[in-house]
Ligand binder design. Sequence first.
Ligand code: ADP
Ligand code: MG
Length: 443
Amino acid sequence: MKGQMMNDNVLLKVEHVTKTYGQGDRKFMAVKDINLTIREGEYVALLGPSGSGKSTLLRMINGLISPTEGTVYYRGKPVQGINPNSTMVFQSFALFPWLSVLDNVALALEARGDMSPERFARAERLIDLVGLDGFENAFPRELSGGMRQKVGFARALAVEPELLCLDEPFSALDVLSAESLRGELMELWTGGSLPTKAILMVSHNIEEAVSMADRVLVLGKDPGHIVAEIVIDLPHPRNRKDGSFEALMDRIYSTIAGYTEPEASEVGTAPGTPGRTRVLPRSSVGAMAGLLEHISHFKSPYDIYKLEDELGVETADLVQTIEMAEILGFATVKSGDIQITPLGMAFAEASILTRKELFAQRARRLPMIQWMIQMLKASPNEQLPWKVFYTALQPEFPDETIERQLDVAIDWGRYGELLDYDDGDELVSLDASNRKEAAVSAS
Ligand code: ADP
Ligand code: MG
């Protein structure tokens, strides 16, 4: 929190905002009924998987696109057209390659009508501010990614925005540049040398959000909506090794994981039977094996949030992979920690063949895969068109989920040598080894 400004200085208010892209049957709802408020002095992070509408939300806040329903208010007035009080910094900034650093920044001043001779001096001050002193005459191609991003920041700051919106500003940078740029931004922000009154930052990295923001809004997808709000009440500079820092990371992690699958320990019921059919997590055997191998080297339980960086994966994907390990019985999860089971340990250490067997034993117990095997066993030649499964699942899931569900089931089934699929004729069949077994047990 930036000093004294805790009173009711509301800068931004997003009220019941929904955005639908496209028209007719191409309509797609990107975000639904979003409500949020940002006050002066706040640093707020939006954290969510890709596709949860984070960029869409920023574009509406900046007036680059308008909401389909609801209203964005800036200082109490509805935003119509470009919001002159806010700017965006994108993942990678498009600098003009033929202009020097100085001219690139001065251009932002010119764009808002400042043609005064002093504009170059102002541009220089901004270049100093972001730590590029001495590089005024360099050209973008002579700069590292981190330095180019700094020029982007300088350009955004040139318009002296009250609200600075950052759309994953560090995610295109290597780990070290990202870290140092984060540090510099925090220094500018907490030191009060920015004209900016509030910052709204999109991130998909929990640690980044917890280390920088005062408040984290967690978004879910399909369509994008706010799942939870978590206040980060820690002083700056923050220390990742602090117990309170780790506890907050764990809390956000369990919020995300808990939202993704409320009944994480249940396998659900087969399609077409009473009860809820469990959606198979969208992950692969390779990803799960990587996860299990990794955590098998450490003491269990293990902090989940560490895995994101250690495995180099996005939160959303990690959540799916962990869930896969969980429903197969290779790991258990409790309040932000993962514990590998003895079976998971065996899998991590096993040869390729044993892995396949362990996997198949567990996968064939999943209602979705069990149901597919039974359908196939009951069919002539033990094969069925993909479309048959698709149609059968329509009462259970939305269309786009079905395709992904079948892809996952076939992918896992193939690995466990339970199912097979022919792309050409779009036929799902029992795997040859699974058939033999069926023949033996029938005789
Ligand atoms: P995020 O930034 O969280 O990854 P986006 O706001 O970019 O999410 O996108 C949210 C959803 O809206 C995605 O499914 C994306 O494909 C869709 N989307 C984004 N922009 C457009 C557009 N201009 N037209 C149609 N769909 C879009
Ligand atoms: Mg985005």
